[in-house]
Every structure is written in C-alpha cells, then in structure tokens.
Design a protein around this ligand. Structure first.
Ligand SMILES: NC(=O)c1ccc[n+]([C@@H]2O[C@H](COP(=O)([O-])OP(=O)(O)OC[C@H]3O[C@@H](n4cnc5c(N)ncnc54)[C@H](O)[C@@H]3O)[C@@H](O)[C@H]2O)c1
Ligand SMILES: [Zn+2]
Length: 537
C-alpha cells in the first residue's frame, strides 16, 4: 500500500474495477478537471497491437492479451501524473497490482450487478460476457475477481452516482494527500450491510461521516476512564461543531466492569440525556466498551442505532466486527448478550498512540491468529519486515474476520475458525486466575495448537516453529516454563470450556499457514502433550 506523496510528482491515478463501473468516463472527466493526460489501458493495448481487443482474444487467446496488458502496464507504471483507466481484469494479477500501487493511487470503482447490467447494455463487444444469461455471467465473473479487488485499498461505489459525482470523489481522494479513507463493506445475511472505514484522522471526520449516512443528530458517546481523557474532547468538539447534540458517558475501565451494573448505568445515562429511538449510541473504546455500548444499544428502547469507534488494536481487528455484544456474569464471561450490528465502524489508527504497549501486543496476537487462519501473506509480513503500514496490517487482519463472519453470520460452522488457539488460551487464562492477559494466552495457544497439529502430521514441522518465532518476535511470551501451573489442570479447564459441543472439546488446528480445520477427536493425551510443551524448558 506504499504510495508516494512528493508534491512535485503527482502519482498516477489508476481507476480499475468491473466492466460498466465507468472507469473510462470517470477517468476522462478527472483528467480534464485536473489538467492531466488520460490513458485508457485497453485503447493503448489496441494501438500497440494494431488490432482490437476482441480480435486479440479471438486470434491469440486471453493469455496473450494478459501478457500485452502486463507490458503496457509496466510502461505506464514508470510514468507519473497520469490518469489511467484499466480493463476490469488488469489488476487481478497481484504482480500488476503491486507494480501500480508503487507509483499510483489505485482506486476500485464498484457498482451493483443490476447497475452494471443496465450500463453495459448489449454485451456483444465484451469478450468475457458473450453467451446466454448475462446477469449470471456478471455475477460469476465478479465473484472470481472479488478477492483481487478486495486487495485494492480505495473503493468508490458508483451505483446511483453521476460521472461528475464519482469524479468529485476520485479528486477528493487524490487531494487528501493519498491518506484517504479505506472502505471495507460488510454484508449482512438479510442483504443489508454496513461500512468499516479505516483511515488516520478519521475521529474528527466522524460527524460528517455520520451525517452523510443520516445517522441522526443526537449521539451518546460511551467511553472509559483510560480512553476518554485522550480522545473524547476532540470527538465531542467535532460533533458539537457539526451541530449534533452529544453527551459523554465515561465508564470505569476494564473487564471487571463489563457487567450488568454498568449496563444499568448506561440506561440511566441514556434516559437522562433524553436519547430517543432516533438517537445513536457510539462506542469509543476497546472491546469492553464496544461490547457494553453495543448491548445497551441493542436493548435500550428495544434497540437504538449503534456506531463503533474502536480504540484498542484488539477491538479494531476483532471485537468491532461480527455483531456480538454483551457482558459477563459472576459465573462466567460473555454469558449475557445479543447480536447487534453497527451502522458504521470508524477505525482511526492514530488512536493507538495512547494504547499501552502491552495492550497493543495483546491485539497483535489476534492479528497473528487471523494470518494463520487465512492470510499467509499477512503472516509472512509479520515474519519479515512487517506490514507496509499500520493501516495495511489492520485492513488485512480485518478482512479475514469480515470474510469469516460474512460466510457464517450465525456461528454455525466456519466462525469456529476464529477460536484458533483459544481453547488453550481460555484454559490458561482460567488456571492463571486471569493473571495472564488474553492476548498473551492466545499467543501461547497458537503455539500449542500448532504443536498439536504437527504431532498429528496435519501440518509440516516448520509451522509450529514459524508461529513460535512470530509470537516471540512480537514480544509475547512463548512459554509458561517456571510458572508452576499444572498441565493437567489446564487440560481439565479445557473440558469445561463453553465452546465444547456434544461433550467433545473442539480444537481448531492449522494445516498450513493460511489454512485451518476443526477437529473434535483430539485425545486428552494429545492436548496434555501440547500443554506440557509450553511448560517444558
Ligand atoms: N464482540 C466480539 O466479537 C469480541 C471479540 C473479541 C473480544 N471481545 C471482548 O473484548 C474485550 C477485550 O477487548 P480489549 O482488549 O480492547 O479490552 P479493553 O476494552 O479492556 O481495553 C484494554 C485496555 O486498554 C485501554 N485502552 C483501549 N484503547 C485505548 C487507547 N486508545 N488509549 C489508551 N487506553 C486504551 C482500556 O481502557 C483498557 O484498559 C473482552 O471483554 C472480550 O470479551 C469481544
Ligand atoms: Zn481472542
């Protein structure tokens, strides 16, 4: 996601996306308004080849076309200051994408299937769309490209927008110094959805983002004693400047206060502020604040709208996605709660500046977890020089969680993958009487799960070694040696884990970095060996 920002050499603006999103028309408009040259990649390929794209496909095949495309893109990437529209498939190739990202602001234009169908009209001149049932072809092709487009940092939706309006948005992004807002859309099972927005400085842009979405004019901001002193004033001042009525509720910080007494306090404060059904609850805090504010919003007046501004790394990459909210009871964690989807999640990585380093490392354990579940490249970045930026690390980790919860919104299958390392972690936390923080326990749990998997020959022997090395590198403990905990007690604590189903403890185990599976046939002896490996010298 590296983007040059020297003012003397404006980077290229590259518009990509599916056919029919208006890349060329928008590109021409943007170029004209900024006084920059415009290049349509497909036109350039046709010029260079001396034949139409249809003829290239027909006479030489798609592979030949893609080779020409790559060569032409390389020429363009070497230049600066241009506005470039690419064919919809051009940036599906990761090498092409990375080449362009080095010198260009790459923006993906999107649109709904029906908008695309209406815009492309007769598909006779679209080599990939010939044949019956055009809508189905569009959907299949979109699906094939979804993963590649998801890698592109900036998205602009063009459905219901004019060319001029989309051009406005492109120019705004270009002029924002390239530190624009990354948008990660989340789809919900009922067909609706919400946005996760990610960008430095987003906190003070919150009022405009709320107003754009018609999210009311009254807000109760829920925060805690650690976060509010740093971040509530800029937020409340920005809300007041925008003419919104904003009230702050500051709860005591920490898991010990994630209880029904705090929820009762929130109801009192909501009533005192006169919050009605048109109002909004905004969580400004870590996972504890998010879980409580969300649960209060789900239940107050049978539900008011809810927005998350996560402030801890754990909340940014994990707790703020998926709609789970709730509180602890004296008998156990998260025993009361509700599914409550937010209207919007705004992630401002600048807020991490005040997060204690230990809490940051705790959040990193979940980032590692997401890499092992599904993003080998994220994991490799953590092993190597690190992700290009905080934003890119958060975005990659988030995409894993978004993908899993979208595919399994009601926790019936795949969502179990998110418990990787957690069967061990919860037991370790419990046996330590919560002296070992969750993130540290997760780091240990990831190592134990990988060792168990390697012992079963589910994964190669280097998988536990690589996980151990990354956990150590991030400053998280990799051993319980010297702690004096009884391995048998840790294994016993696992069997009372609430995740157990049908009397069997289920383990999520890595098969490779980026691929995990759920196993319910792990014997106590195997689990014990894995725990003992953590306690050994
Ligand atoms: N809903 C979900 O899907 C989900 C998923 C994972 C975890 N959780 C829940 O999240 C909670 C853990 O979240 P957490 O680790 O964020 O805990 P937390 O909210 O307690 O935050 C950790 C500590 O950091 C402080 N803090 C947070 N952001 C700060 C900032 N920017 N500056 C200074 N201090 C800051 C907090 O006040 C707290 O002391 C647990 O209760 C867990 O059950 C929920
Ligand atoms: Zn966790």
């Amino acid at each position: 996601m590296a983007t040059p920002s020297s003012p003397s050499t404006p980077p290229n603006i590259v518009l990509t996306g599916f056919m029919g999103v208006g890349k060329s028309a928008v590109g021409r408009e943007v170029a004209a308004r900024l006084g920059r040259p415009f290049v349509d990649l497909d036109d350039l390929i046709e010029q260079n080849a001396g034949m139409s794209i249809n003829d290239i496909f027909a006479s030489k095949g798609e592979a030949h076309f893609r080779a020409l495309e790559r060569l032409t893109l390389r020429e363009l990437a070497a230049q600066q200051g241009m506005v470039i529209a690419t064919g919809g498939g051009a940036l599906v190739d990761p090498a092409n994408r990375e080449m362009m990202a080095r010198t260009s602001l790459v923006i993906c234009l999107t649109a709904s299937v029906s908008a695309i169908e209406a815009r492309i009209g007769d598909a006779a001149d679209r080599p990939l769309l010939t044949g019956p049932n055009k809508q189905q072809r569009i959907m299949v092709l979109m699906q094939q490209r979804a993963a590649a487009y998801a890698e592109i940092p900036y998205w602009i939706d063009t459905t219901d927008k004019t060319i001029a309006q989309v051009a406005d948005a492109v120019i705004a992004l270009a002029e924002s110094g390239l530190g624009g807002i990354l948008r990660l859309p989340v789809s919900l099972p009922d067909g609706s959805g919400y946005d996760i927005l990610l960008g430095a400085g987003l906190l003070t842009e919150a009022p405009a983002l709320l107003q754009e979405r018609g999210l009311g004019d009254q807000v109760v901001v829920v925060s805690d004693e650690h976060v509010a002193p740093h971040w509530s004033a800029p937020l409340l001042e920005a809300l007041a400047r925008a003419g919104m009525r904003a009230t702050l509720v500051t709860l005591p910080a920490g898991e010990a206060h994630k209880n029904l007494a705090s929820i009762a306090r929130l109801y009192d404060e909501f009533l005192a502020a006169g919050l009605d059904r048109s109002g909004l609850v905004m969580a400004l805090g870590g996972g504890v604040v998010g879980d409580m504010a969300g649960f209060a919003a789900a239940t107050y007046l049978r539900g008011v709208r809810f927005v998350q501004v996560p402030t801890s790394l754990l909340a940014m990459v994990d707790a703020s996605v998926g709609g789970k909210t709730g509180v602890d009871l004296p008998q156990g964690k998260n025993l009361v709660g509700a599914f409550k989807q937010p209207e919007l999640v705004m992630i401002d990585p600048d807020l991490l500046a005040t997060l204690p380093p230990e809490e940051f490392r705790n959040g990193l354990a979940e980032v590692v977890k997401h890499g092992i579940i599904e993003d080998e490249r994220l994991f490799a970045q953590l092993e190597g020089d690190g992700p290009a930026s905080m934003e890119s690390m958060i975005a990659r980790a988030l995409r894993v969680k978004i993908g899993v919860v979208e595919r399994d919104p009601f926790e019936q299958g795949e969502r179990a993958h998110l418990n990787l390392g957690h069967t061990f972690a919860h037991a370790i936390e419990r046996v330590s009487d919560y002296a070992i923080p969750h993130g540290q326990a997760v780091g240990l749990g990831l190592i134990a799960a990988a060792r168990l998997a390697a012992a079963r020959k589910l994964c190669a022997p280097d998988v536990p070694q690589r996980i151990h090395a990354v956990v150590a590198r991030l400053g998280l403990p990799t051993t319980l040696s010297g702690s004096g905990y009884d391995p048998a007690a840790i294994v016993a604590a696992m069997t009372t884990d609430k995740k157990r189903q049908g009397g069997k403890v289920r383990f999520v185990l890595p098969r490779a970095i980026g691929d995990v599976g759920v196993y319910d046939d792990v014997s106590e002896a195997e689990a014990l060996a894995a725990v003992e490996s953590l306690l050994g010298p």
